[in-house]
Write a protein that binds this ligand. Structure first.
Ligand code: FAD
Length: 318
């Protein structure tokens, strides 16, 4: 079933969903099951699986020279989606990115997903690779998420890259896109960013999942500003608990978001690691309860492999 159909069926009740990362290459599928098994009691209708582009590494060769090699550290998104659907009987939502894909690669990936009966995708651009200052698309690939959305919409109409294909199978993908309550870091301002988000919806995307945030005011304002410019699709808040001291610096640096003073104080003043974990859990519970009570269609938790923390939050909220 489509993600948006779950929202319609829920009739205003906030659903719950989770996001998992493929294990590092060499890891096992069991790691994903170990993360998800304890969370299935909350009955998520869908689970997202992230996609990770290749990264460049410099490997020292016996000659002493360094060679630049491209390595995908976390492959397996599509296989994980299929395994999740098979084991739990829920829908899986693979993330599909522009980076590293030609339009032909994208088309072939969508054909694979369609054949696997995966009818939901989160269409995103991807970030710049390490050692590259800005996002560089694959030659013949998409520059922005909106271009990917358009390609998926075309396939939903039976339009393939090869004009000779007549009466091509019409796929039926429900398309999610990313949104940023605190602005995407490359955008000159929030209004500009909102217009790009609107353009993705106008191009055919069906719903938005937000970047994580720790101040609900940012989400509520974002939703209001989206509605004011005519974005009517569901806007799903993305949530991650902050439970470790180093995250006070790493989360703002990596995700370009602010942390509320009260949360910073709660983490800093906790006695030990367990105290910090509990402070972060408590913050996330309060955030979740307020979002749930105020019309969020679904609470989408970034698990990052820490299912026990997410389970404690979900237990208090659902
Ligand atoms: P876009 O919508 O293309 O926007 C990128 C930037 O370009 C923005 O600043 C936007 O305002 C601007 N822009 C857009 N269109 C135009 C235009 N036509 N002209 C000028 N400027 C424009 N990354 C991964 O690699 N794998 C994942 O699985 C993954 N999952 C994610 C899930 C969620 C919910 C979120 C919020 C992010 C995720 N990301 C993931 C990170 C994402 O790839 C980055 O945030 C990336 O930098 C932007 O992706 P986007 O789809 O928002 O890009």
């Amino acid at each position: 079933m489509k993600v948006t159909e779950y929202f319609e069926k829920a009739k205003g009740q906030a659903l719950i969903s989770f996001e998992v990362l493929p294990p590092l290459k060499g890891g096992s599928m069991q790691a994903i099951f170990d993360t998800l098994d304890p969370l299935m009691e909350f009955k998520p209708p869908f689970i997202d699986v992230t996609y990770h582009r290749e990264e460049f590494l410099y490997k020292k060769r016996s000659s002493g020279y360094y060679e630049k090699v491209a390595i995908r550290k976390r492959p397996g998104t599509v296989g994980i989606c299929a395994a999740i659907m098979h084991r739990y009987g829920v829908d899986a939502v693979p993330h599909l990115i522009c980076g590293g894909f030609t339009t032909e690669d994208t088309e072939n990936a969508l054909i694979d997903l369609n054949f696997l009966n995966i009818n939901n995708v989160l269409a995103i651009r991807g970030d710049a690779r390490q050692f590259e200052g800005r996002f560089v698309p694959e030659e013949g690939g998409h520059h922005y998420a909106i271009d990917l959305v358009k390609q998926i919409v075309d396939m939903n109409k039976g339009k393939y890259l090869d004009d000779n294909i007549e009466n091509g199978v019409k796929t039926d993908f429900c398309i999610g896109v990313a949104g940023y309550p605190e602005k995407h870091f490359e955008s000159p301002n929030l209004d500009f960013d909102l217009l790009q988000t609107k353009a993705k919806i106008d191009a055919g995307a069906d719903y938005i999942v937000t970047q994580m945030f720790f101040d609900n005011k940012k989400y509520f304002e974002f939703v209001e500003r989206c509605r004011n410019i005519g974005i009517t699709v569901p806007i799903v808040p993305g949530l991650k608990p902050l439970t470790k001291l180093y995250q006070l610096n790493s989360i703002p640096r990596i995700f370009h978001i602010d942390l509320p003073e009260d949360l910073v104080t709660a983490i800093q003043s906790a006695k030990d690691a367990e105290g910090r974990r509990q402070a972060g859990i408590e913050w996330s519970i309060q955030q979740s309860k307020e979002l749930k009570a105020n019309g969020a269609p679904c609470l989408h938790y970034y698990t990052m492999g820490d299912s026990e923390t997410i389970r404690q939050i979900a237990e208090a909220v659902y």
